[in-house]
Design a binder for this molecule. Structure first.
Ligand SMILES: Cc1cc2nc3c(=O)[nH]c(=O)nc-3n(C[C@H](O)[C@H](O)[C@H](O)COP(=O)(O)OP(=O)(O)OC[C@H]3O[C@@H](n4cnc5c(N)ncnc54)[C@H](O)[C@@H]3O)c2cc1C
Ligand code: FES
Length: 447
C-alpha cells in the first residue's frame, strides 16, 4: 500500500486515499469482530466507531507525511545534489532538476538519442519547438562538472519526456587533442537508469506556432535535432503552415531520423521532405532525393515563395547558406539560425587601447552589483563567469562558448574584452561573461 501511496503525487489526494483505505479496513475488521462475538454491549459499538475515526485520521496524516519520504528517496539517488527544483509557473523549474535516462536509441552511425524523464515523477513543461536543454555531467577525471546544451529533438504530446540526440564528437583529424568530452561520455558511459541534472528548456531559435508564412528548415549532420521538434510540432498541431524539411547527409549511414520524419510526412501533406546526400551508396537508392549539398541553389529550386528560413548545421554550411539566401534577396529578419559550435577559432574582436593596462586589469575591481559584492580580478581566471563562480556566485550559463546568450548580463560601468568572437547577439550595454574578461580597471555588472 505504501508503494501505491508514493505514486500519488498530489498530497491531498494521497491523504484522502490513505484515510479512506485505513478507515474502511478498520470498519470492516470491527464489523467482523462484532459479528463473530455477537456483542450486544453499546460500548463495543462505540469503541468500533472511535477506532474507525482514529484510523481515518491516522490515514490522512500518513498520506501527508509520506510525501516527505517520497521526495527524500528521490533526492538520495546519485548526482541528486540539487534535485528539489521549484517549478516556475508557466515556464519551467529553477536551477537543476534530476532526470533519468529511460531509453537510449542509436539513430545513425554518429547520433544516439537519450529519452529523459524527471526523477521526481512530476510534470515537465512543454517547450517551444527548437529549444534546447542544458545538462550537467559529472565525468570522472574532470575537475568540475561539464555543462553542455542539446536541442530537444522530439515534440511529445503529451509532453512527458525530453529527447536529446547527441553526436559523438571525435577529435579533429589534424589536431592531437582528446575527443569531445561530454558527447563521448554520453555515448559510452550513460545508460538507461543514469541520472542527469538538467535546466529548464530555453533558447530563442524557435518556430513561431502562430505564424502562417511557409517555413524552410534546412540542416546538415546533427543540425537536424531542432528541426525534428519544429517539424513534429507543426504537423502535430496541424498548423496551416507549409514546411520544407531539407536535410543534407553524407549517406544513409549518417542520416538520423530518416524513417521517423518520412512517416510524419506521409501523414501530413504540409510537410515537404528533401534529403540530399553528398556521397550516396548504392543501397541508399530510393531513400534520398538528390545528390550534392543543401545549398542555396538547391533551396531556390525547391521553394519559390516567400518564407522564413531556419538553419542549423556545420559552421561552413550555415555561413554559405546565410550569405546565399541574403544574396538571393531574403531579408535577414527571415533567416534564423542556431550554431552548435564556433568552427575554427576566430580572432578576438578586441583592439588594444590606451584604457587597457595589463597591471591595472590584473587588479581590476569587479563589482557584482545585484549581489552587493566587489572582488579584485584574478588574472588566472579564464572568464568573468569562472571568476564569479570561484567567488561563490551562480550566474546563469549554458554553452560557456559565447553561443547561446544565457550568460548575458548588463554592464553599468566599464568594459570587457572578448577572448573569442561571440556568436550570440549581444544586447546594447550587455556582455557575455562566459568568454570575456575585464578590459577596464573597474567593471560593474548587474549580477
Ligand atoms: C544551442 C546548442 C544546441 C546544441 N544541440 C546539440 C544537439 O542537439 N546534438 C549534439 O550532438 N550537439 C549539440 N550541441 C553541441 C553540444 O553542446 C556540444 O558542444 C557537443 O556535444 C560537443 O561537446 P563535447 O563535450 O563532446 O566536446 P568538447 O570536449 O567540447 O570538444 C569539442 C571538439 O573540440 C575538440 N577539441 C578538444 N580539445 C581541443 C583543443 N585543445 N583544440 C581544438 N579542438 C579541441 C574535440 O576533439 C571535439 O571535436 C548544441 C550546442 C548548442 C550551443
Ligand atoms: S553561456 Fe552561452 S553565451 Fe555564455
Amino acid at each position: 500500500m505504501l508503494a501505491s501511496l508514493v505514486s500519488i503525487k498530489n498530497p491531498l489526494a494521497r491523504s484522502l486515499t490513505a484515510a479512506v483505505t485505513i478507515g474502511s479496513a478498520i470498519t470492516l475488521t470491527a464489523a467482523i469482530v462484532l459479528g463473530a462475538t455477537n456483542a450486544k454491549d453499546e460500548s463495543a459499538y462505540k469503541t468500533a466507531i472511535y477506532t474507525t475515526l482514529a484510523g481515518t485520521g491516522f490515514g490522512a496524516l500518513l498520506g501527508l507525511v509520506y510525501q516527505g519520504q517520497a521526495n527524500q528517496s528521490a533526492s538520495a539517488k546519485p548526482l541528486t545534489d540539487q534535485s528539489s527544483a521549484p517549478m516556475v509557473e508557466g515556464s519551467g523549474w529553477q536551477d537543476w532538476r534530476n532526470f533519468v535516462v529511460v531509453r537510449k536509441v542509436k539513430e545513425s552511425e554518429e547520433i544516439t538519442s537519450f529519452y529523459l524523464k524527471p526523477v521526481d515523477g512530476g510534470a515537465i513543461p512543454k517547450f517551444q519547438p527548437g529549444q534546447f536543454l542544458t545538462i550537467k555531467l559529472e565525468i570522472p577525471g574532470q575537475p568540475r562538472p561539464i555543462i553542455r546544451t542539446y536541442s530537444l529533438s522530439d515534440y511529445p504530446d503529451p509532453c512527458d519526456y525530453y529527447r536529446l540526440s547527441i553526436k559523438r564528437e571525435s577529435a579533429p583529424k589534424e589536431l592531437d587533442v582528446p575527443p569531445g568530452i561530454a558527447s563521448n561520455f554520453m555515448h559510452d558511459q550513460v545508460q538507461e537508469g543514469t541520472v542527469i541534472p538538467a535546466k529548464s528548456p530555453s533558447g530563442k531559435f524557435v518556430l513561431d506556432l502562430q505564424k502562417t508564412l511557409p517555413a524552410v528548415l534546412i540542416s546538415n549532420g546533427v543540425g537536424i535535432t531542432p528541426m525534428m521538434s519544429m517539424a513534429k510540432a507543426a504537423t502535430q498541431l496541424k498548423l496551416d503552415r507549409p514546411i520544407w524539411f531539407v536535410h543534407g547527409a553524407r549517406d544513409g549511414r549518417f542520416h538520423a531520423f530518416r524513417e521517423e520524419v518520412s512517416a510524419i510526412a506521409q501523414q501530413n501533406s504540409n510537410l515537404n521532405l528533401h534529403f540530399v546526400y553528398s556521397r550516396p551508396r548504392p543501397e541508399d537508392e530510393g531513400h534520398y532525393h538528390s545528390t550534392g549539398y543543401a545549398d542555396t541553389a538547391l533551396i531556390q529550386t525547391l521553394v519559390q515563395q516567400e518564407a522564413e528560413y531556419f538553419l542549423c548545421g556545420s559552421p561552413p554550411f550555415m555561413q554559405s547558406l546565410r550569405e546565399g539566401l541574403q544574396a538571393a534577396g531574403v531579408p535577414t529578419s527571415r533567416i534564423f539560425f542556431e550554431a552548435f559550435s564556433k568552427g575554427k577559432p576566430a580572432p578576438t574582436t578586441t583592439q588594444s587601447t590606451t584604457a587597457r593596462d595589463n597591471d591595472k586589469i590584473g587588479g581590476a575591481e569587479v563589482v557584482f552589483a545585484q549581489s552587493g559584492k566587489t572582488f579584485t580580478w584574478d588574472a588566472s581566471a579564464d572568464s568573468i563567469l569562472e571568476f564569479a563562480e570561484a567567488n561563490d556566485l551562480e550566474p546563469p550559463y549554458s554553452c560557456r562558448q559565447g553561443i547561446c546568450g544565457t550568460c548575458m548580463c548588463k554592464i553599468s560601468e566599464g568594459e570587457v574584452e572578448y577572448q573569442t568572437t561571440p556568436v550570440a547577439t549581444i544586447d546594447n550595454g550587455s556582455a557575455l561573461i562566459c568568454i570575456s574578461k575585464p578590459k577596464t580597471a573597474r567593471v560593474v555588472l548587474e549580477l
